[in-house]
Ligand binder design. Structure first.
Ligand SMILES: Cc1cc2nc3c(=O)[nH]c(=O)nc-3n(C[C@H](O)[C@H](O)[C@H](O)COP(=O)(O)O)c2cc1C
Length: 305
């Protein structure tokens, strides 16, 4: 018997809960020879902005003992080029295509949500309200429930496309933000973006990254994100998508038990490009061997003291 691993995000059904995280999977074509898109639930594109962006100057990645600090600065081709040069390929791949996007104002988010949401081949949108690596926009929307709700309402009114809102981990009560965004009409929340961080070269006494600070991702953040996923799932009824440090199917099961309905593979793609497929296959085997026939038996099933 095969387990039903499907997941609903608004009107969208994913064949299984494994997604690839924005910014770690390019525009999917880059992984064509390594990843069988048929085996995963969906891919999430690099964050798209109204205009093309070069991002921050190098160096913009620093490897730590158990993760990465990045300050890419949302380098991307912009919405026009995305439609012209990336979308044809994405229309052909056999998994959900979720487009991550961001702007500098609620109106900017609404305009982009309208444009992207109307493109054939775009199955869902993920609004990034939480990037720590830019001077304008990004994180300031994600740390305040009112601003987070404003961006969500504006985006929601602009499109019927399933809307995921990606939250910041850098808040004292993520449940407040998750429930504000859910009340504002989001179909799901992603928990969470990279964790504000910093590394210094002791010889030069200068930061390792040109931007000064950056965002930590990878295995180092996973226990923190597990707690944030748990708190978000307790605070809202919409699906929570875990993003932070998942490396294998065991991590996926742990996130599901904490309350996630889906899990993103991010930094691990740089170490093992097939990680997302291996997670999906491992989850399937685990469910079969444990007599689990639906993910609902796992989601939020942590036995808390
Ligand atoms: C190099 C890099 C670029 C990223 N770019 C984006 C981005 O454009 N938009 C976004 O919402 N998140 C971006 N992220 C955050 C990831 O999507 C993900 O939420 C984060 O890395 C945590 O998951 P992980 O620990 O599995 O990598 C980026 C992360 C990395 C490492």
């Amino acid at each position: 018997m095969t387990a039903d691993l499907s997941v609903r995000i608004g009107d969208l059904t994913l064949r299984n809960p494994i997604l690839t995280a924005s910014g770690t999977f390019g525009y999917a074509a880059e992984y064509e020879t390594m990843v069988d898109f048929n085996k995963i639930g969906g891919i999430i594109t690099k964050g798209i902005s109204p205009e093309p962006r070069l991002g921050n100057p190098q160096p913009r990645i620093w490897e730590t003992e158990s993760g990465l600090i990045n300050a890419i600065g949302l380098d991307n081709v912009g919405v026009e080029d995305f439609e012209q040069s990336k979308l044809d390929y994405l229309r052909k791949i056999e998994c959900a295509v979720i487009v991550n996007f961001f702007a500098e104002s609620a109106e900017g988010y609404a305009k982009l949500a309208r444009t992207l949401g109307a493109m054939a081949g775009v199955d869902a949108l993920e609004a990034n309200i939480s990037c720590p690596n830019v001077k304008a926009g990004g994180r300031e929307f994600g740390v305040d429930p009112v601003a987070a709700a404003e961006v969500t309402i504006a985006s929601r009114e602009a499109t019927n496309c399933p809307l995921i809102v990606k939250l910041s981990p850098d808040v004292s009560n993520i449940g407040d933000i998750a429930s504000a965004v859910a009340d504002a009409g989001a179909d799901a929340v992603t928990v969470a973006n990279s964790m504000p961080a910093m590394a210094i070269d002791i010889e030069s006494r200068r930061p390792r990254l040109s931007f000064g600070r950056g965002g930590l991702t990878g295995p180092a953040v996973r226990p923190i994100v597990t707690r944030l996923v748990y708190e978000s799932a307790q605070a809202t009824d919409i699906p929570v998508i875990a993003s932070g440090g998942a490396s294998n199917w065991r991590d996926v099961v742990e996130f599901l038990l904490a309350g996630a309905s889906a899990v993103q593979a991010g930094t691990v793609n740089f170490v093992n490009p097939r990680a997302s497929v291996e997670m999906a296959e491992g989850l399937e085997t685990y469910c079969r061997q444990s007599g689990i026939n639906s993910l609902t038996q796992l989601v939020g099933a942590v036995d808390m003291p």
